[in-house]
Structure formats: C-alpha cells, structure tokens
Design a protein around this ligand. Structure first.
Ligand code: TUI
Length: 317
C-alpha cells in the first residue's frame, strides 16, 4: 500500500484513520486500530476532561503506536479537552477536530509537537486551515454519519485537493477498498472511516446498534436537525422518525419552537451507544452502512480494505 510522507511520519502501515466518533471511539478501539497499523483516534465528543483523560490513559496502556484524539468543537468542554491533550503531548501524535473552526487552538497544539488535521466540509475552510498552519485536512462529505456538511465526498475531495497545498484525507461514504482506491484517484492520500469501525469487534457499541448497522440498506439513513439544530445523519428508527415529524411541522410554522426537539436530542447518542435504545436513541451512521456486513476485528477490517484497494490499483478485477 502506498504511503505519503504524512502517513509515513505517523508511523502507519495503512493510510486509514478511524473516525473519532463521540461515545464510540474510546481508548480501547483507538488502540486496536493503531496496533493494527491504522490511526486510532479517541473521540472526545461532549465528554469532560476526566473522561477524556481516562481514555487517553487506556490507549497509552494498550498501544505503543501513534494515536490521535478528536476534539468536537461544539462541546461545552472544548477548553478542558484541549488542556488534557496538551498535558499528554508525549503520547498524542495527532489531533483531529470536527463540527467547527479550530483556529484558536492550532498554535498551542503545534507548539506542543502535536499534528493538527481538522475536518473540513468546504474548500473555503480548508484554505483558512492552511493559513493557520495545520498539517493536513480531512475532507468529509455528507455521506458520513453524525454531523454533516452540505457537499458530497466525490465533489468535495478534489476541490479541497485543488484549493490547498496540504495532505488531504477523504471521509464520508468510504467503507471498503473501492472507497480507498477511489479516494486516491480524487487526490487524497488516505481515508477516514467511521461506520465500518462502529461494528469492529473492539467497539463497545451496544449490540442493537451494531445489528441495526449490519442490516441497514443504502437508503436506511436520514439527516435530522436540518432546521432545528445541527444536521446529523442517523439510521431511520423510531426516534429519528418522531424527531423529523416534529421538526418538519415546526419548520413550517411562522414561529418555530424547537425546544421539545432539543430535549429529545440531548443524550440521544448515549442512549444509542450504551443502551441500544431504538425509541430514544440516535443511531448515527453513514450512507455506507448498507455495505457493512460483518462484525470483524479492527485488524481484519484494515487488512481487507487495503488488500482490496491494492488489487484494484494494480489492475486486478
Ligand atoms: O463532527 C463530525 N461529526 C460528528 S460530531 C458529532 S457529536 C455532536 N453532538 C451534538 C451536536 C452535533 C454533533 C457527531 N458527529 N464530523 C466532522 C465534521 N465537521 N462534519 C462537518 C464538520 C464541520 C462543519 C462546520 C467542520 C467545520 C465547520 O465549520 C464551521 C465554521 O465555523 O466555519
């Protein structure tokens, strides 16, 4: 598998990042991915400092390979999460960011010797990130699970590649070797996958959630929160349908009131991941869910994706 200078500098065997999924991507999953030659990433999500510190400690214990932490910029705990990352600068190789503009934090991470690779949903934000000195960008299309931007991966990645002189990692709708090979064609030097790792053997996601991903089809996801808050791609379940019904009705009113939805949304990812609660849980997952058929160890996922991409790139069909 070809590796760019950035991927080599991260000590990777495969140019594959594991998405820093809130509530899902803990120290154990990140360590499993890193041990197998990908880049494991702990998802800080909305967790406070103490929880993030614990997951970092777990990853440190379980792997000697480089790993990263994702800072979710909508979190009320962003500042303390940044602090705990800086306090662990010896162990953390990369910080990725999501759901916002990380400009205020880039200089501190860089000064600590930590590489910064933000998620961007547009070429404009990618350019801004280049100006503040990041090491690469993850161009994530709206095929992804969770919080989504507006552009598709196919349109976004080559436009980001043209807009900046930085390594670009493709994300959103990538779940196998075809996606990795296609990403290389678009000018990316690697990929980030979330949904495929949701069902990794080492992922702590509730069995109901894993089952829902495994039985999903191409049209099983939907975007909620387009009007009421932050657009998020989730599996269509009772919760998503209930939420969308209220959201659409409110959006059509002269004075929409989204308070009830805010109440419904709060804690809904936790209810999905920990309780497998179909009634009240948001089962965040990408459009690629229909392609994910088996629970497998992270090492097997990485090897399978890389082998398939290599075969395609070498002209074997
Ligand atoms: O961040 C994600 N995916 C996520 S975060 C998440 S947890 C959550 N909790 C509550 C509300 C919302 C989310 C679940 N899934 N992916 C990376 C991503 N970043 N996708 C899109 C963006 C993005 C959007 C706007 C990045 C930058 C941005 O910039 C806005 C600005 O301020 O310029």
């Amino acid at each position: 598998m070809k590796l760019s200078p950035l991927m080599k500098s991260l000590g990777l065997k495969y140019p594959i990042f594991q998405g820093g999924m809130a509530w899902v991507a803990d120290g154990k999953l990140a360590a499993a991915v890193s041990n197998a030659g990908g880049l494991g990433i702990i998802g800080a999500g909305n967790a406070p400092r103490s929880v993030v510190a614990e997951e970092i400690a777990t990853a440190k214990k379980l792997t000697n390979h480089p790993f990263g932490v994702n800072v979710m910029l909508l979190s009320p705990y962003v500042k303390e999460v940044v602090d705990v990352i800086l306090a662990n600068k010896d162990a953390i190789t990369v910080v990725t960011t999501g759901a916002g503009n990380p400009s205020d934090y880039v200089a501190d991470f860089k000064a600590a010797g930590i590489k910064v690779i933000p998620v961007v949903g547009s070429a404009g934000l990618a350019k801004m990130m280049e100006r503040v000195g990041v090491d690469g960008v993850i161009a994530e299309g709206m095929e992804s699970g969770g919080h989504v931007g507006k552009l598709t991966t196919m349109a976004l990645v080559p436009q980001v590649v043209d807009a900046v002189n930085l390594p670009v990692i493709a994300a959103g709708g990538i779940g196998d070797g075809r996606g990795l090979a296609a990403s290389f064609m678009l000018g990316a030097e690697g990929v980030q996958m979330g949904t495929r790792f949701l069902v990794a053997t080492e992922s702590k996601v509730h069995p109901n959630y894993k089952k829902a991903v495994l039985k999903a089809k191409d049209a099983s996801t939907i975007v909620t929160g387009e009007f009421a808050g932050h657009p998020s791609r989730v599996l269509k379940n009772k919760m998503a349908k209930k939420y969308l019904k209220i959201e659409k009705a409110e959006a059509l009113k002269d004075e929409p009131d989204y308070a009830e939805l805010e109440e419904m949304g709060s804690g809904s990812l936790r209810k999905a991941v920990l309780d497998g609660d179909q009634e009240n849980g948001s089962f965040m997952a990408g459009e690629i869910s229909g392609l994910v058929k088996r629970e497998q160890p992270a090492a097997e996922i990485l090897a399978e994706v890389a082998t398939q991409a290599d075969e395609l790139l070498n002209g074997k069909y």
